[in-house]
Design a protein around this ligand. Structure first.
Ligand code: BTN
Length: 324
């Protein structure tokens, strides 16, 4: 596409300005066509300065995700070989599940700028305005069904470590897979799967990261438990670079998961903030209170109740109490 080529040339112009004539020559189109594409880039949100006898220069880039920015340099083996990027969708998880049923290959990533029906864990909504990251991976691991929850733990490890590297922020994982900064949630993961008997057909791992949104869009009860990376870092975050880092880490940790689950469990343990704390875990109509002792090989939380009994919990919400 000429528009993409013009954008690339404008972005790589060392001199700042690049003349309409040079753009026209390099693209093999007329100067009038160059001008039309520049106007179209402006409509996309790019700030472009046009100075007679000097040419064009980019003054600002919009905060939008573009495939042409995400794919180059990704260098992943499995994750992101195919990427579907949409301005808006009900839920990237729902779309990815449909695409997986229709044969989309393993590693396909579905990304949206916003979701109108974002889904959270335990049947909750995931409020999904513009400015954040919402994406889902299609995975086809050859594993028994009971190991599927480990995929979500693997995802949390990847997200927590990518944020550490890209934003230099101290992340921690709250069981099972919430990523927190200073005790406030910044990312959540939702796994859905299709299976027959004990055979997994496909798994969709959905990830939402609160990056640059205005926290004011959240209802007060959710807002007080939530932060964004921009708030935590004190500056706007480059979503493209962060997304690339997360996809690279997912690629790494998914392969680790396939070859040796223990590596993922150790990484999860080293990033987690739940083990060793008194917790209240509620879910499936039950509430357990006690000391979070560890996780088992299937990612379930092991709790020692006050009467000494041990409970193993597969799903639920954790509230942390004071460390003993
Ligand atoms: C949670 O409750 O913590 C899980 C939130 C998961 C949200 C992500 S956003 C991308 C993907 N699509 C969805 O509808 N949900 C997940």
């Amino acid at each position: 596409m000429y528009k993409d080529k013009i954008l690339k040339l404008l972005r790589s112009s060392k001199a700042g300005f690049i003349s309409g004539e040079e753009l026209a020559r390099k693209c093999g189109i007329s100067r009038t066509m160059v001008w039309k594409h520049v106007k179209s880039l402006e409509r996309d949100g790019f700030g472009i300065q046009a100075v007679p006898s000097q040419g064009y220069r980019i003054t600002s880039v919009p905060d939008i995700l573009r495939l042409g920015d995400i794919k180059p340099g990704l260098k992943t083996r499995i994750i992101g070989k195919e990427i579907e990027l949409l301005p808006e969708v009900a839920s990237t998880n729902t779309l990815a599940m449909e695409m997986a049923s229709n044969g989309a290959p393993e590693g396909t990533v579905v990304i949206a700028e916003m979701q109108t029906g974002g889904k959270g864990r335990l049947g909750r909504k995931w409020i999904s305005p513009k400015g954040n990251l919402y994406f889902s991976l299609i995975l086809r691991p050859d594993i028994p069904m009971y190991k599927a929850p480990l995929i979500t733990l693997m995802g949390a490890v990847a997200v927590a470590s990518a944020i550490r590297k890209q934003c230099a922020l101290e992340t921690a994982i709250k069981w099972p897979n919430d990523v927190l900064i200073s005790g406030r949630k910044v990312s959540g993961l939702l796994t859905e799967m299709s299976a027959e008997q004990d055979r997994i057909r496909h798994i969709v791992l959905g990830i939402g990261v609160d990056v640059n949104m205005d926290l004011g869009v959240l209802p007060p009860d959710v807002r007080e438990l939530t932060t964004t990376l921009a708030v935590a870092a004190g500056e706007k975050i480059n979503r493209t670079a962060l997304l690339q880092e997360i996809l690279r880490d997912l690629d790494h940790w998914y392969q680790a998961f396939l070859s040796n689950v223990q590596d993922v469990l150790s990484a999860w343990k080293s990033l987690n903030m739940t083990i060793g704390n008194r917790v209240t875990v509620s879910g499936a109509g039950e509430t357990h209170e006690g000391l979070a002792q560890g996780i088992d090989n299937e990612g379930r939380l092991i709790i020692r109740l006050d009467d000494g009994a041990i409970r193993t919990v597969a799903a639920g919400d954790v509230t942390m109490q004071k460390k003993l």
